[in-house]
Design a protein around this ligand. Structure first.
Ligand code: PEP
Ligand code: MN
Length: 356
């Protein structure tokens, strides 16, 4: 990381960037309110820090110790005071801002009628963003894979429904991209692109999706440690896309015998990640617990832990859902979750600010 002096000129920044490229590295230039900082992207063994430090306009060149350099607090602290937490804007929605953001919708988009009805209910309940899977990652090839898996025409049609539902009810939209070939199509229609848990490690997909410049909802793999999770988020940031919404969605349960939940919701990951990076963290209690009866409590707990938002599966008739029927909540339950979480947020937010 190269920290420029507050009075460094744009020409001096350009000169440093050129020098970095000579070494086969890429430069991540961030302009703060007071100064510019330049992150080096690539093989760190190739970087002659002492050499860069001698350039005019450079205050210092230092090594960021953590592997997730560009998204770390260590990096952002040199930019400006406000970079404690970044805010990701999607239309007039702010993720990581002063209010929690609620994402709701079906696990899978099944029909025009289903999606429009759920979107209307989500809006009425107070949600900001509509979710809906069109390319579904499934454990069995013999189960419904999402409309997008049928063919490109079906994928485009379902994506158009998502956009239509979003526009009609003034909701932003998010959908998962499962493979590289789906990226451009999904980016045409959705406001936010999701990387599912199973794809957290897919670095080619991360690079490709980052280049769309869309905000990315990035889910933690159920077997990944926090450092590993953040290190893979860095692949998105390395393409110059820092609009990354990190999502805790449960990790593999331990021990023998029944655990009674689908995964184990790692709630301490929320404040830990907030200390490590400036990116917003949200929680998905639906996939973590896999149980409708636990969603309300897990949502409350996630907001109390400091989450910037929640992603919740909702259906007007959960039993009818083709995928994850056992964990979808009803519109009334969603409304109760949102209203209660807003109250909890009011109580816990001041403490969070005091600490940071
Ligand atoms: C989803 O959000 O639709 C999903 C499949 O979640 P995960 O990748 O966390 O399992
Ligand atoms: Mn699901």
């Amino acid at each position: 990381m190269i920290i420029m002096k507050t009075d460094a000129t744009p020409e001096q920044v350009t000169q440093v960037v050129k020098e970095i490229k000579k070494y086969g590295l890429r430069a991540d230039v961030s302009k703060g309110k007071y100064r510019t900082i330049i992150g080096l992207v690539g093989d760190e063994n190739k970087a002659p820090f002492e050499h860069f430090a001698t350039f005019p306009g450079v205050k210092e060149a230092t090594m960021v110790e953590v592997p997730y350099k560009l998204i770390s607090k260590e990096y952002s602290k040199f930019l400006e005071d406000e970079m404690e937490h970044s805010i990701i804007k999607v239309g007039d929605i702010e993720i990581g801002g002063s209010e929690p953001v609620f994402i709701a919708g079906p696990c899978a988009v099944e029909s025009h009628r289903q999606l429009l009805r759920i979107a209307e209910e989500a809006k009425k309940a107070g949600a900001h963003i509509l979710r809906g899977g069109i390319f579904k990652p499934r454990s069995s090839v013999h189960s419904f894979q999402g409309l997008g898996s049928i063919g490109w025409e079906e994928a485009r049609e379902a994506l158009a429904w998502l956009r239509e539902a979003g526009e009609r009810f003034n909701l932003a939209t998010v959908t998962e991209v499962r493979g590289e070939t789906q990226v451009d199509l999904a980016a045409e229609y959705a406001d936010i692109l999701q990387i599912g848990s199973r794809n957290m490690y897919n670095q080619d997909l991360l690079t490709k999706i980052a280049r769309t410049k869309k905000p990315i909802l990035f889910k933690r793999h159920f077997g990944a440690g926090i450092e590993e999770f953040l290190s893979f988020a860095e692949y998105i940031a390395a393409e110059g896309n820092k609009d990354i919404i990190l999502c805790e969605r449960g990790i593999l349960p331990i021990g023998k015998g029944k655990n009674y939940t689908r995964y184990t919701l790692d709630l301490s990951a929320v404040p830990v990640i907030q200390k490590e990076t400036y990116l917003p963290v949200i929680v998905d209690p639906s996939h973590a617990s896999g149980r409708r009866d636990l969603i309300f409590n897990m949502c409350c707990a996630a907001i109390a832990a400091g989450a910037s938002g929640l992603m919740i599966e909702m259906h007007y008739n959960p039993a009818e859902a083709l995928v994850d029927a056992q964990q979808a909540i009803t519109p009334d339950e969603l409304k109760e979750v949102i209203n209660t979480c807003r109250e909890i947020h009011k109580l816990t937010k001041p403490r969070k600010n005091e600490e940071s």
